[in-house]
Design a protein. Structure first.
Length: 435
């Protein structure tokens, strides 16, 4: 985790103290269940809670023990015994390290997902607000980076709103999929521990029992989780790249907010750069980078190996912390985005009416011209305009073959900008409902 791109709320989920607190809760809840089943004394379970529930675990001491034992869970249990005393011998009865590690990881991932879902709500709120603000602000739509036909800036934001709405649904599903608990012991057979312990711990930790584990919780669940984060990151980058293109000097249809005292360049005082959008592109790449190891972690030897462990120690915090930061940054970027309708109109008019070429094509076919002939008629009048040699509307009016099919008034009718925007309300209702 890089402090520059880290918010404290998400970082706290991955701090050692938080991790050890979760480990303790898993062990203590398991002790409660074991006590109810008569496997350990009830007084021992009560002592575990009484001595350690409010304890601050000594991270340095645990690290010291681990340097000797070369085992993180044993190091924690040894330190826990120092706090609890003799009754600590009843802790971890019938359990294996993965019961603690995997259940803890899933608790952390679900908590991280909750923060990310809240972040997505902020992004969605910003997109909706600005989409309605510019619902009918006309701008040029581009395909291959080239002027195509008119759209509205509100539609551009509505595209993103719909995409992030899908992202939210996927993350809800990914959270549910990863929210499982395994307290099944070595190789997952429950030979040394009753399945009812797992049920008790799962409920206490806000999870559900893993239907069948080996010695680990199956990593296809985690692969789906991190893949979902990767897709969300791609959605972040998609709108970030759109803003970067719109801020180019030759376009300048929208621009990141530039605060008082902000500097764009150490060399050129005039610069106002899309630094936030470019930053989001870089952060998105990092989140996606963790998708491949998550997929590869699915493939473990037999009932368990630890080839997944080192990767997860990095990808768990890094992917969630980075995406959390990116989503919050995106919400702020959209909320403060500077929009320039006059420049949008200027760019719309830049090609001298060529953006209406399809309407003219269709009008000619409706008047009896074959599609092939209509295309040739429109294209031969469009190409001079493309080269800056005239106005499309006037060239069409001067073309005798075009005039065989269309009157001047009928040609002019095809240049109505409002025609392209007639279904904006329909699209908005599909995206946002009746609001």
């Amino acid at each position: 985790m890089i402090p520059r791109y880290t918010r404290p709320e998400m970082a706290s989920i991955w701090e050692p103290q938080t991790r050890f607190k979760i480990w303790f809760e898993i062990e203590a809840h398991a002790a409660d269940a074991l006590a109810e089943l008569g496997t350990i004394p009830k007084e021992a379970a009560r002592t575990v809670w009484a001595k350690a529930e409010n304890a601050t675990f000594d991270v340095a001491r645990i690290d010291e023990i681990e340097r000797e034992t070369k085992h993180d869970v044993i190091a924690f249990l040894t330190h826990l015994a120092e706090i609890v005393g003799p009754e600590a011998r009843f802790v971890h009865q019938g359990m294996t390290s993965s019961d603690v590690l995997d259940t803890c990881l899933n608790v952390q991932l679900t908590r991280a997902a909750d923060l990310l879902l809240a972040d997505l709500d902020k992004v969605l709120a910003a997109l909706k607000k600005r989409a309605f603000e510019h619902k009918t602000t006309p701008t040029i739509g581009r395909s291959h980076g080239i002027h195509a036909e008119p759209v509205t800036f509100g539609l551009k934001l509505a595209y993103a709103y719909a995409e992030f709405s899908r992202a939210k649904e996927r993350l809800i599903a990914a959270r549910k999929e990863v929210a499982t608990c395994a307290i099944s012991g070595a190789v997952g057979t429950f030979a040394q521990i009753d399945p009812r312990v797992e049920e008790h711990v799962a409920k206490a930790m806000g999870l559900v029992p893993e239907p069948i584990s080996t010695q680990v919780i199956p990593r296809d669940r985690h692969a789906m989780y991190f893949s979902t984060l990767g897709v969300i990151a791609s959605s972040v980058e998609r709108i970030a790249v759109e803003i970067r293109h719109m801020q180019r000097t030759e376009v300048l249809e929208a621009e990141e907010f530039f605060s008082e005292g902000q500097k764009g360049s150490s060399a050129m005082p005039h610069k106002r750069n899309p630094v936030l959008s470019e930053n989001l592109t870089g952060l998105s790449r990092m989140v996606r980078a963790y998708v491949t190891p998550a997929l590869e972690n699915v493939v473990l030897w037999h009932e368990r190996d630890i080839s997944h462990s080192s990767a997860e120690r990095m990808m768990g915090p890094d992917a969630t912390v980075t995406l959390d930061f990116a989503l919050v940054r995106l919400a702020g970027l959209i909320d403060k985005l500077l929009v320039y309708p006059a420049n949008m109109q200027k760019n719309l008019d830049r090609l001298g009416g060529l953006v209406h070429s399809q309407r003219v094509l269709l009008a000619l076919t409706q008047k009896g011209a074959s599609r092939e002939d209509a295309y040739k008629l429109v294209q031969r009048n469009a190409m001079p305009v493309w080269r800056g040699e005239g106005d499309f509307l006037q060239l069409l009016k001067q073309d005798a073959e075009v005039k065989k099919y269309l009157t001047d008034a009928e040609i002019e009718e095809q240049f109505d900008l409002g025609y392209h925007l007639k279904h904006v309300d329909t699209i908005f209702k599909r995206v946002f409902g009746e609001s």
